[in-house]
Design a protein around this ligand. Structure first.
Ligand code: NZQ
Ligand code: ZN
Length: 390
């Protein structure tokens, strides 16, 4: 196992209805000037917006609505202006990963005089800045943003979608599974696929004998495989929503990837799809993941781990490692497909190869895939995976 350091101070408040009694104290511990950030209409339709305003009655609330899925840099620019103009003490993000991601970068942009896109391009700049405290109320189980330092921001003008890390995780995250009862089927599926992908990206890693991480991940994978279909069938099944929510947080709060050595692969390839075509992150991952696993299997040094994945995650008992790997890839594909979303690029509107060269080059550069992927991928290899997805 490799050396690692780990510190994650996010205060997690998991469970039903805690915002009504706890949100006010949490927010006022940081001050009375609050930037309330949210997305489209879902928080108003569900009644959550009214509950939040009631809990914060009497405080100075400035609102930043309209954070879009795959949050755009223009929203961060608006937020930067608002936090400066209103002397904001704390940001309250109410929504999914997009709202939380944008809020983190706004928290850094408070202390930056230039264009916040500079901060996305260079996380080093963010690490040198202070960041406003962030409290969030999570409404969708997917990204793990509620307990990590990452954000992913898009710039439609340049067709770029990049991850950026800041100095802090959210200060406090309210995780109330019942707030996800209203998440539509497609987003529940996409969020579950995102969780599964975070786990796969960290599992397929060349670290030696990192059995703690592998074992934790196998348990989390079995749980998302079990509960995602239940949440899709019964949207207000609390146990399903609770398991998915805590799974999403655990999959990407840093713990299960400790001691890993490789970069992620499918995420950089997917971020190119959403940068060029603005598709849903989890749907892109669902299309690419089984194709990437097929590419992985071509390298025989991966067969032992694929066979372990087959046995411990999918319960496949055939003794031939290569056969077990093939069966696991098939079962992974079938599970993704059973969640009900599109399984090819043309079905999500990517009908030709026009941008594949640029996308493949960028994915390899951003993810350092030709040097540090689990299997090393050149731009031609990435293009082959995009083509296999047509
Ligand atoms: O905008 P509203 O009306 O709120 O609707 C949202 C949005 O349309 C809806 N929604 C959220 N909660 C709901 C709900 N609808 C009904 N009821 C609720 N309770 O869901 C839609 C998608 O929301 P979004 O926040 O975009 O989804 P998600 O949480 O999947 O976030 C995706 C973004 O996170 C990035 C992705 O690339 C993408 O930009 N990621 C962030 C990561 C991180 N910070 O660590 C890692 C991930 O790998 C990922 O890249
Ligand atoms: Zn993801």
């Amino acid at each position: 196992m490799e050396n690692f350091s780990f510190k994650n101070p996010t205060d997690i408040r998991f469970g039903k209805d805690r915002i009504d009694s706890e949100l006010r104290d949490v927010i006022t511990s940081f001050g009375g000037n609050v930037l309330l950030v949210y997305g489209g209409q879902s928080v108003k339709r569900s009644g959550l917006y009214d509950r939040v305003l009631k809990a914060l009655d009497g405080l100075n609330i400035t609102e930043l609505p309209g954070i879009e899925p795959n949050p755009k840099i223009d929203s961060v620019r608006k937020g930067q202006q608002l936090v400066k103009d209103n002397n904001i003490d704390v940001i309250l993000a109410v929504g999914g990963g997009s709202v939380i991601d944008a809020s983190k970068v706004i928290g850094s942009a408070r202390y930056y005089e230039g264009d916040p896109w500079d901060l996305v391009l260079d996380s080093g700049k963010r690490m040198a800045l202070k960041q406003l405290p962030l409290v969030d109320i999570l409404t969708l189980s997917a990204t793990g943003s509620e307990m990590n330092r990452g954000s992913v921001i898009s710039n439609p003008e340049t067709h770029q979608k990049f991850g950026t890390g800041g100095p802090n995780t959210p200060a406090v995250s309210f995780l109330d599974p019942s707030l996800t009862f209203t998440v539509p089927t497609r987003q529940t599926a996409a969020g579950s696929m995102d969780i599964m992908s975070h786990l796969i990206e960290q599992y397929f890693d060349r670290s030696i004998n990192n059995d703690v991480s592998k074992g934790l991940i196998e348990g989390l994978m079995r749980s998302v495989i079990k509960w995602a279909p239940v949440a899709i069938k019964e949207p207000d099944n609390y146990d399903a929503r609770a398991n998915l929510m805590w799974n999403a947080t655990m999959a990407l709060n840093g713990i299960v990837g400790l001691g890993d050595v490789n970069n992620w692969t499918v995420h950089p390839m997917e971020h190119e799809l959403s940068a060029y075509y603005d598709i849903t992150h989890g749907v892109g991952l669902g299309i690419l993941t089984p194709r990437w696993l097929k590419a992985v299997q071509k390298d025989s040094s991966t067969h032992e781990l694929l066979a372990r994945f087959a046995k411990n995650v999918w319960g496949i008992t055939v003794s031939d490692e290569n056969e077990a790997g093939s069966e696991a890839i098939k079962q992974t594909y079938d599970w993704i497909s059973s969640l009900g979303f599109e399984m090819t690029l043309p079905e999500v509107g990517i009908k030709d190869e026009t941008n594949f060269d640029a996308m493949a080059e960028s994915a390899v550069t951003t993810g350092d895939l030709s040097r540090n992927g689990y299997i090393k991928l050149t731009p031609d290899d990435v293009k082959a995976i995009y083509r296999d997805s047509m």
